[in-house]
Design a protein around this ligand. Structure first.
Ligand code: MG
Length: 342
């Protein structure tokens, strides 16, 4: 795990795959000693951490920085992403988000109009999620010292019983709330100026209302948002932490035709790129169909499907049953193939 021989930070260290695991294991977890204020702390590397003992409620805390390039892209922008990313990390912990902070670093020379559009988008997304920004900070750096803008948001939520990314059992079903790969593939297509006649858009959206419906519809035993490194990275993390096997039926995984087309053309897998408006949900076998039914009634969950199940076979591994009936490991990528994606 330790990566002390590498003497410089590389882009791949932030790309959500094995290289980032090395950075976090070898440099973060090895340095910080006070790792927990509740049941789930830094050591657990979950989507958020818990703080116990506030009037019998558990608080969930999370933080996320956003450096996406370009700032505006089909289906979203850095502002919508900065709110959605943090709201979703709270929502997949089973929490109801209560409030957020926003800390912004701007490059000297950024047009005020661009800043206003980003702020407006943040406000609209906050309204959509029903979560206010209640404190923040803004710093400006000299031209050339930062690329336009970086936004950090933190969020706090409340939860009765946190949902982790490893609490599921053999027999539980694996659900995705919609199509896979939309954000990463839309971004690379737009960034590269590829002139496909697709209407491909990022899926960036806050999922707290949708995931609350899922929690009410069935017994949820695990959740995670498949951001950097995509479905493959998130499932491998869940398999590794739970020490259970995850079997995925390739034919059941919803992928838009345009996403498959562009991915094939540029030689990436939709399974390895970021989603910013999707969640992986584990539910008990007897309630999984009810969860999918509840999700399907909502626009953000209309393509929800059961894509696999938790097994005792191959602990710690993700097995992909391919469309032609083969079986292979679905490995975590070294890093998301698309840099500066969120
Ligand atoms: Mg997450």
């Amino acid at each position: 795990m330790t990566d002390k021989k590498v003497d410089k930070v590389k882009v791949i260290h932030g790309a959500g795959g094995k290289a980032m695991d090395e950075l976090i294991g070898g440099h973060v977890l090895s340095t910080f000693t006070n790792k927990s204020a509740g049941m789930i702390g830094l050591d657990n590397l979950d989507d958020g951490a818990t703080i116990e003992g506030h009037d019998g409620k558990t608080l969930v805390l999370t933080t996320d920085s956003h450096v996406v390039s370009p700032l505006f892209f089909p289906g979203g922008d850095i502002g919508r992403l900065a709110i959605s990313g943090t709201v979703n990390d709270l929502a997949v912990m089973g929490a109801d988000p209560v409030a957020m902070t926003s800390s912004i670093i701007v490059e000297e020379g950024l047009e005020m109009d661009v800043l206003d559009r980003i702020f407006q988008s943040m406000e609209e997304t906050c309204k959509e999620a029903g979560v206010p920004i209640i404190t923040g900070d803004t710093k400006v750096m000299e031209k050339g010292n930062i690329d336009k803008i970086a936004i950090n948001t933190a969020g706090v939520g409340v939860v009765n019983q946190p949902v982790t990314d490893s609490g599921f059992s053999p027999g539980d079903k694996i659900i995705v709330t919609g199509t896979i790969g939309d954000h990463g593939v839309a971004l690379i297509q737009f960034r590269e100026g590829l002139s496909f006649k697709t209407k491909l858009k990022s899926d960036t959206a806050p999922l707290n209302h949708l995931l609350k419906l899922a929690r009410e519809a069935g017994k949820i035993t695990g959740m995670k948002d498949p951001t950097r490194g995509g479905l493959a990275a998130a499932l491998n993390e869940m398999a590794d932490k739970s020490n259970l096997g995850l079997t995925i039926y390739e034919a059941e995984v919803p992928v838009k035709e345009a996403v498959t087309g562009v991915s094939d053309l540029i030689g990436i897998s939709p399974f390895n790129v970021a989603n910013e408006g999707k969640a992986i949900i584990m539910a008990t076998a007897d309630t999984a169909e009810d969860v999918v039914g509840a999700l399907s009634e909502e626009p953000l969950g209309e393509d929800a499907k059961i894509i696999g199940e938790v097994t005792e076979e191959r602990p710690g591994k993700v097995i992909l049953e391919t469309e032609v009936g083969g079986r292979r490991f679905l490995d975590a990528p070294l890093g998301d193939p698309v840099p500066r994606i969120c």
